[in-house]
Design a protein around this ligand. Structure first.
Ligand SMILES: *Cc1c(COP(=O)(O)O)cnc(C)c1O
Length: 416
């Protein structure tokens, strides 16, 4: 008899009795959308991130749309961002009638290269939209300096970064304080905490927060909860064009339980990432991800460069044949047909590193409850591939520990 095939998923949400109980409580309360649970979830998320305001919405894509609209992004404007990200990042720019301007990622990571941003800016640039890809904080300090120097807002696509941290003025702070003007989060099941679908906007600007709240529920002047609770008759007004971007109380109640689990989830993911670092260290040809000195990832994903080992698809298939699920590196938006039309985007730099990262890296399994044995089994499978692939050419891109000098260069203000 052969041993049962091992099954290692690439990701798995951590949901259990607490979330089931929370849903039961909300169902039986009779109030199921944007009510007290949403308000409590927002307050708890604000406390977690240190943000003055947190506004819950239906997902991160709608969060990004509202953020850009509230900042006045409109037809003909340009927003500098990356192509190496999930398609929703740039879609939100296009929903506003604006044009995404793509710049490349760093040579030693999967985030925007801040040294390319200024050259991509024009008088039409109305915002910088950075992404904390895979949960790894991007170079926020340098981006904030550039944004301030040019008088444009910095929007953070923090879809993957709930619980990630950055060293800011000598203190560790949560992503979403926010360090830019607005940060947008996702609670899709592929992220570290989930509400099924869901999103959150955080900001320090009360005027922006007021716009998010108005526009997420049809531009209606009074909330359902306020009208319902009022002792006097209220006729609502619709002063502005809005959307239905509400989060339900069912989702928020699940989200509150997920936030309680978050510290444990992030701690476990960090432990698994360190285990991978150790297990993969001796394998020639694999470049493991690196945390800059000033960042602490939540390890939403652990992505390695395997371009020296051979074809990405072949490697993924060999792993899948052994029951190990992986995903290819993050997509490139500029290569998709939805962006083939004239005026869909502009290139703000070469995008070679973005293409190499999409085609030469894979996301390894990392989920709550993953055993060390699963980590080492994955590493052993990769080692066997490395052994059989023979001497390899130089890496297409290096994802190696940064030198101290590079770190210092990153901290320098971007005067150029
Ligand atoms: C998941 C993700 C989104 C979209 O989030 P939804 O909640 O599914 O709308 C946007 N940007 C990035 C970088 C993501 O990873």
């Amino acid at each position: 008899m052969s041993a049962p095939l091992r099954q290692i998923p690439v990701a798995r949400p951590l949901l259990g009795e607490q979330e089931a109980e929370a849903l039961r409580r909300v169902v039986l309360s009779g109030w199921v959308t944007q009510g007290p649970e949403v308000a409590a979830f927002e307050a708890e998320f604000a406390a977690l991130t240190g943000a003055p305001h947190a506004c819950a919405v239906s997902n991160c894509t709608t969060a990004l749309h509202l953020a850009l609209l509230a900042l006045g992004i409109g037809a003909g404007d340009e927003v500098v961002t990356v192509s190496h990200t999930f398609v929703a990042t740039a879609n939100a720019i296009r929903y506003c009638g604006a044009v995404p301007v793509f710049v490349d990622i760093e040579s030693d990571g999967f985030n925007i290269d801040p040294s390319l941003v200024e050259a991509a800016m024009t008088p039409r640039t109305k915002a910088i939209l950075c992404v904390h890809q895979l949960g790894m904080p991007c170079a926020l300090q340098r981006l904030a300096t550039i944004a301030a120097a040019h008088g444009v807002p910095l929007v953070e696509d923090a879809a993957c970064a709930t619980g990630s941290e950055i060293l800011w003025d000598g203190r560790w702070e949560k992503i979403g304080k926010p360090h830019g003007t607005v940060a947008c989060f996702s609670f899709h099941p592929r992220k570290v905490v989930t509400t099924g679908d869901g999103g959150m906007l955080t900001t320090a600007d009360p005027a922006l927060d007021a716009k998010f709240r108005l526009w997420r529920q049809h531009g209606m002047s009074v909330t359902d909860a306020a009208r319902h609770g009022s002792p006097v008759v209220i006729f609502e007004r619709y002063p502005e064009l809005g959307f239905n971007y509400r989060m339900t109380d069912l989702q928020a109640a699940v989200g509150r339980e997920q936030l309680r689990r978050l510290p444990g989830i992030v701690e476990e993911r960090r432990r698994i990432a360190r285990e991978y670092d150790e297990a993969l260290a001796a394998i020639p040809g694999i470049a493991t991800p690196v945390e800059p000195r000033w960042a602490r990832s939540n390890w939403q994903s652990y992505c390695v460069d395997v371009s020296r080992l051979g074809s990405q698809r072949t490697i993924m298939q060999i792993l899948l044949d052994q029951g190990i699920s992986t995903r290819r590196g993050i997509m490139n938006i500029h290569l998709e047909d939805a962006y083939a039309g004239p005026g869909s985007f502009r290139c703000g730099s070469s995008l070679n590193r973005s293409v190499e990262a999409q085609n030469g890296s894979i996301i390894l399994p990392l989920f709550s409850g993953m055993s060390d044995a699963d980590v080492w089994a994955t590493a052993e499978a990769l080692e066997a591939i490395a052994r059989s692939s023979g001497p390899s050419p130089a890496p297409a891109r290096s994802v190696r520990p940064r030198s101290e000098a590079a770190d210092l260069a990153r901290k320098a203000p971007s005067a150029a």
